[in-house]
Design a protein around this ligand. Structure first.
Ligand code: ADA
Length: 570
């Protein structure tokens, strides 16, 4: 995150620049599904309190209800202000002194809203958040997604006086990390007339360096003094302060390089094997407003279990999660929002425009996080159809144009039928051997799993794909906590399956890694599918929904931390 005059540290204090974190208690009212806010705003009674960040559909009174949650609080403000919403669901309207000043139509995305707050003093801020489904093809969150569509202001909201100069984009791309060369690109707006340069200081040391500007835009290569590489073993962060027209923009970044070469991933010139989990940033009691403490525990224990990565499925990640990954040395695949999108969506002009806009927004938001090493989009879309190609191509090009330093990919379950793999840098398969669509044996058939993975390895070794690294971006099985015995749905079945996968990936020269499905059990929709979602939870977690370990977690952490390395698999 680019902040004025302070480094992002996940804290919630008001900073020197007067940014107020609006986390805390807000007045709250609920309008049931189908009720239009416009008709009710005037006479609305705020009878209860709620917490921001939070999900209103986890409050006991409105548990799992759809409708509009209306949040209100008084704030002190005046003149030109900037309100930042880090992420809400599923859409929001912002009202200032009862005037609508903005609409937010994308869940999980950051929005920066500049507006005239009027005279200095107390003002009323209302944010109405609606979690009803939009069933049109252009919608970014469809009701058939396999993760819960929570309603609420689930990421922070902050307010600050608008600065005269705004950093719409500020990116620091490491070129030769070991030598400390980086390319800094800035795009300022606001009072940029007559501004011919910005000044750059690294690590708060030395004389400022000059970054020439024209019309608020500048790009230059710099040498970071005393460069120190960032890596999972040594997650060292440098800082840069960029001063322009009296404003100081502070950024943290890391010196590291991710590359795809001859079918493999390399980090800082060394072959990289990714072993980790898909992680929904979700909790049964807090929804997508996961407390920092739980995020920290999740990521710390993942690392302690010998894993080195998460796939942030299936939406842009919060600033807190990425800051933690930067500091803990956890590698991240970050992706924009999408799930199983069908032909109607993929060919809908508005859906396409929204996908491109939000995918770019994600990259602008996260570009300086060294932990993010892969950009993704459109999980499990119908990429077996030619109709998907234009959007996949545009998304890949959008990301590469903004950031040529990271590979792009998407998780596909279309496997050999996929017709878009040539458009991305990494081949990423979501595959569920011995769970979906396979012989439904009672016990885990390890040979079937190895056979399925070997087929994917063979497929990806064809001449047209062999230069692209291969990832198993999802794989797993449901395990109901406390069900034992080795049969389907038991903890041992899942542990046997995942252990077989991890051993295969560790031994495979062709496969650059796997993101197991999934870190912990998460809320989804009740479905009729007999193979998933018992009780409204996806139970393929290695931990249960409250993060208690299942057998698979212990089994894999023993394997990955070498406690069990001598023991060969049967
Ligand atoms: C898919 C999907 C996940 C989840 C998983 C499952 O591949 O990408 O979000 O739904 O399968 O549990 O079936």
């Amino acid at each position: 995150m680019i902040t004025n005059s302070q480094f992002q540290d996940g804290s919630s204090a008001m900073n020197a620049n007067g940014r107020q974190d609006l986390s805390g208690l807000w007045d709250f009212a609920f309008l049931p599904e189908g009720t239009s806010l416009g008709d009710h705003l005037a006479g609305l009674r705020f009878e209860t309190l709620t917490v921001v960040p939070g999900c209103f559909d986890l409050m006991p009174e409105y548990y799992l209800r759809r409708g509009t949650g209306v949040y209100r609080r008084q704030v002190e403000a005046g003149g030109e202000m900037e309100l930042i919403s880090e992420g809400l669901g599923l859409r929001g309207e912002i009202h200032w002194d009862r005037q609508r000043i903005a609409v937010i139509d994308a869940p999980f995305s950051r929005r920066v809203i500049r507006f005239d707050a009027g005279k200095s003093g107390m003002h009323e801020l209302i944010i109405a958040v609606n979690n009803e489904f939009d069933d049109t093809p252009s919608s970014l969150f469809h009701r058939d997604y396999d993760f819960y569509a929570h309603g609420g202001l689930f990421r922070p909201v902050t307010l600050a006086p608008a600065s005269a100069i705004r950093a719409d984009e500020l990116k620091i791309i490491p070129l030769e990390p070991a030598e400390g060369t980086v390319r800094i690109t800035v795009r300022f707006s606001g009072k940029t007339a007559g501004l011919t340069q910005a000044e750059v200081r690294f690590d708060r040391q030395g004389e400022p360096l000059i970054l020439p500007l024209k019309d608020g835009i500048g790009e230059q290569v710099f040498q970071v003094p005393s460069p120190h590489l960032w890596s999972p073993d040594d997650p060292f962060l440098h800082t840069a302060e960029i001063q322009a027209g009296g404003e100081v923009f502070a950024v943290e970044f890391g010196l590291r390089k991710i590359e795809c070469r001859a079918g493999k991933l390399y980090l800082n010139g060394r072959p990289l094997k990714l072993i980790g989990c898909n992680r929904h940033d979700a909790h049964p009691e807090f929804g997508y407003a996961v407390p920092l403490d739980i995020r920290l525990r999740d990521l710390t224990r993942l690392k302690q279990a010998g894993m080195n990565c998460i796939r942030g499925c299936h939406y842009p990640q919060s600033e807190e999660v990425l800051s933690l990954c930067d500091r803990l040395g956890i590698l991240v695949w970050e992706e924009s929002l999408g799930w199983g999108n069908n032909e109607a969506a993929l060919t809908d002009p508005e859906f396409r425009a929204r996908q491109i806009r939000e995918t770019r927004n994600m990259a602008v938001k996260s570009v300086n996080h060294p932990s993010v090493i892969i950009w993704g989009f459109l999980n499990e879309a119908r990429t077996d159809l030619e109709a998907a190609r234009p959007l996949v191509k545009s998304l890949a090009e959008t990301l590469r144009e903004f950031d040529p330093s990271r590979p792009v990919t998407y998780g596909t379950c279309r496997l050999a039928k996929d017709v878009c793999l040539d458009l991305v840098d990494v081949i990423s398969f979501n595959t569920y051997p011995c769970w979906y669509g396979f012989d439904q044996s009672q016990f885990c058939n390890k040979d079937d799993i190895r056979k399925n993975l070997s087929e994917l390895v063979d497929f990806s070794s064809k001449p047209e794909f062999k230069e692209k690294p291969l990832l198993i971006s999802e794989i797993g099985a449901e395990a109901l906590p406390g069900i034992y015995g080795g049969q389907r749905w038991s903890e041992e079945y899942q542990a046997d399956l995942l252990e077989t996968v991890v051993r295969f990936v560790l031994d495979s020269d062709r496969c650059s890694g796997t993101f197991l499905w999934q870190y912990c059990d998460t809320r989804t929709f009740l479905s009729n599918a007999s193979q998933s979602a018992a009780g409204g939870f996806n139970s393929k977690g290695l931990l249960d929904r409250y993060r208690n370990p299942k057998i698979s977690w212990r089994r894999l952490s023993d394997l990955l931390t070498n406690k069990n390395s001598q023991k060969k698999e049967d």
